[in-house]
Write a protein that binds this ligand. Sequence first.
Ligand code: MRU
Length: 327
Amino acid sequence: MIDQNKLPHSFEITACGTAAQTAKAIKDMTVRGAPAIGAAAGFAMAQAISENPKTSAAARATIESTRPTAVDLFYSTKRVFDAAAQATDGAKTAWSEANAIAGESVAACKAIGETGLDEVFGKRKKMRIMTHCNAGWLACVDWGTALAPIYAAKASGLEPFVYCTETRPRGQGARLTAFELSNEGVDHAIIADGAAAWLMKKGEIDAVIVGADRIAANGDTANKIGTFGHAIAAKEHGLPFFVAAPTSTIDPGLENGESIPIEERDENEVHLVRGVDEAGVVRTVRWTNPASHARNPAFDVTPARLITQIITEKGISTPSRIKELVE
Ligand code: MRU
């Protein structure tokens, strides 16, 4: 997998040879983004079944304890575990199921791009779109979710301009979305998270599109911390607020967003920043007041009423009808 903790300062591929290593890579965010976490969890489950089928239930619990919010993780471990349990050749079946999940993710993201292109851009050649966190190909197996329509627009000759919010504390927008957009030749600017509402007010943003980590049956959507505030700001300014996600991110068993588990991560992610110094050396430094503690909720839940449309590989839905896509 691409080591996302090292980006954008270096591009490194890291190999995870055991289920424990893959689980650790999910937990420490070497791999992150709901569909990429889902794909990695499927392979971790296949590794665990190959290593020892008798301990695979315990291994599943370990994999599922890495990150609580993105439902794709649980979708994948269940699919691989159940497929292997019903097969005579468990390990072989587990690997083919994990591969199938990864392949389906690529196809879903491509379809999200094609559908989202029409819905978000319509016939407009130039659009200024804001996105939060990173929901591009780094966060998926390929294409992305929120960024897929933007890549489709660019490929079809349109001229998207993307505002990427920094996404404190881990900087997925400043580090990862900006890295992707540079590589794809898409015009963009990084903005501080707090600048979003002001740019909307000034009429400099036409639409917002974000990914999702878990969508409840009523359309309430968990995504990276800060998404909720951007949705409120978009509503205030009459801007469309799109969520793009594969149907594997829908959790029809949860009636609403109240019961989506929200991960709280280590406070050091708020205190420490990693970057390149003037001599070109990558360093991690503490930039917050040494005597202060920090809180670090990693996700929030945007109520369905603030979401204009949800774009999936099976088509577009209003939040209130999202459950129908998985029935
Ligand atoms: O903590 P992260 O970086 O895994 O959070 C990622 C997000 O919140 C993304 O927006 C979401 O997973 C969708 S990725 C296509």
